[in-house]
Design a protein around this ligand. Structure first.
Ligand code: HEC
Ligand code: HEC
Length: 299
């Protein structure tokens, strides 16, 4: 008698949970497949001289860190494979077997990078176009030239998908796993990137290369959408960084070590920041001094 009643309650719970899960999947799927309208832009002229390709390589390796996810040879890589979060595979961007480059012209490449929409119209998952929307026309065309100049890599790209924890957090408004949903697609782009030592230049680098992890306000904390085993990012506002001189800051970005000798977690992309020029490092340092101080973890 009691057993039967408990059995019924238990069965009822299973039904409720299953219905809840189905609702979460249906609601998040409609967000995943929502179509975003990108206004057509004047065609970008992509040069392919060696200086342009070299600039593209610098942006890809050091500033926007495309190679950190897509691989040093752009042949594609698993970024996250953790069921609650999802399977995130950064596509093979070459013309080799399993690569997608043959399906892209320059305009659709620009749309994938700055608007987060694939050649097939799908919204790209965990590809940080929300940041790359800030790339200048000159840098996005340099990136395209660089991508096109890479040798073919034969490697199958697996399909990216979003797991249950991210789906729930998305519906709660805590994370946005597709760049296309966080971008103002009508916003105008910079024609050229800032150069020299300036706060403007530092802001440009921070938007395209630091804020994705350290937060738009740069105060750090857990990275939204990241698996629990990823280390939280540090506070780069004056509250966190005031103890560092330019020399300290430069050594951290080059060696991954703090002045006390301790090593930063490997999630901090030292392979990329060590390629930054002295002008870029000083520009970021100057810019970070102008950011409103915030306690750690307020993103
Ligand atoms: C944090 C990791 C990450 C970084 C950094 C990153 N990407 Fe991606 N990118 C992805 C993932 C993941 C996908 C596949 C998403 C999907 O299939 O839904 C992707 C997809 C793409 C696509 C579309 C390919 C396709 O499958 O059709 C292009 C083009 C692209 N990235 C270019 C770039 C460029 C250029 C940069 C640097 C400016 C860059 N990515 C930086 C993760 C990243
Ligand atoms: C992929 C994510 C990621 C990106 C992109 C990133 N960081 Fe970090 N960064 C981290 C994490 C995580 C830590 C914390 C490491 C630790 O606690 O050991 C960190 C730590 C740091 C620290 C050390 C602070 C301290 O004293 O502990 C500095 C400085 C720093 N980052 C600067 C930058 C700058 C400047 C950029 C952009 C040019 C940047 N980071 C881009 C993830 C990132």
């Amino acid at each position: 008698m009691w057993m039967r009643r408990i059995g019924k309650v238990f069965l009822g719970l299973i039904v409720v949970v299953a219905a809840g899960a189905a609702t979460v999947y249906a609601m998040s799927n409609s967000k995943l497949t929502k179509a975003y309208v990108v206004p057509s832009e004047p065609a970008l002229a992509v040069a392919n001289d060696s200086a342009t390709i070299a600039r593209g390589e610098h942006v890809a390796r050091s500033i926007a860190k495309c190679t950190a996810c897509h691989g040093a040879n752009l042949g594609g890589n698993v970024v996250i494979d953790f069921a609650p979060i999802g399977h995130v595979f950064a596509t093979n961007l070459t013309k080799g077997n399993g690569g997608v480059l043959a399906s892209y012209d320059d305009a659709t490449l620009e749309r994938a990078i700055r608007h987060g929409i694939g050649h097939d119209g799908r919204n790209l998952i965990l590809m940080p176009s929300g940041e790359f929307h800030n790339l200048s026309d000159a840098d996005v065309t340099a990136l395209i030239a660089y991508i096109r100049a890479q040798p073919n890599v034969d490697k199958t790209s697996s399909k990216s998908s979003v797991g249950p924890v991210i789906r729930v957090q998305w519906l709660q408004g805590k994370v946005i796993p597709i760049g296309a949903a966080e971008i103002n697609h009508d916003e105008k782009h910079l024609a050229v990137s800032p150069t020299g030592i300036s706060e403007q230049h530092g802001l440009y680098i921070a938007k395209n290369g630091c804020m994705g992890c350290h937060g738009a306000g740069l105060s750090g904390g857990p990275i939204p959408g990241a698996p629990p085993y990823w280390k939280p990012a540090a506070n780069l506002t004056p509250t966190g960084l005031s103890r560092y001189s330019l020399g300290d800051f430069t050594r951290i970005l080059q060696s991954g070590r703090r002045p006390d000798g301790s090593l930063l977690d490997s999630l901090m992309p030292i392979k990329a920041t060590k390629l930054m020029t002295a002008e870029e490092v000083e520009s970021v340092y100057r810019f970070l001094k102008t950011v409103p101080p915030k306690p750690y973890g307020n993103r």
